[in-house]
Design a protein around this ligand. Structure first.
Ligand code: SF4
Length: 108
């Protein structure tokens, strides 16, 4: 579903039927953290999921404020792979276990 900022996000849910106006982020809801739609504006999650659709990656969002963003609330994401059981340093790419390089690229 598209967020109010026009980005397709698998975790966003909006119910506007018959005058309802219910919106939620199921990624934040799963972690029990407070959320509002303004966080979608600069959230990296839709971009990460477009770049890496791995079924084993688990994203964990966190709201931060930094000096460089003028102390505006921003979403930061950490990632964990359930297959390799390791932290994923670069969520856009993944841990590399599911997508090894073809043998032609291996150095013998
Ligand atoms: S905060 Fe991020 S993950 Fe949650 S609905 Fe908005 S864009 Fe999606």
């Amino acid at each position: 579903m598209k967020t109010p900022y026009g980005t397709e996000c698998e975790y966003f849910y909006g119910d506007y039927l018959r005058g309802r106006n219910r919106e939620e982020c199921r990624l934040f809801a799963a972690t029990g953290q407070a959320w509002n739609t303004s966080l979608c504006r600069s959230c990296p999650v839709p971009e990460i999921r477009r770049a890496n659709a791995c079924q084993f990656i688990r994203l964990k969002p966190r709201v931060t404020r930094s000096l460089f963003s003028g102390f505006q609330r921003q979403v930061q994401v950490t990632a964990f792979c359930e297959k390799s059981r390791d932290v994923v340093k670069e969520p856009h790419i993944g841990c590399g276990q599911c997508h090894p390089l073809p043998p032609i690229f291996e150095i013998k």
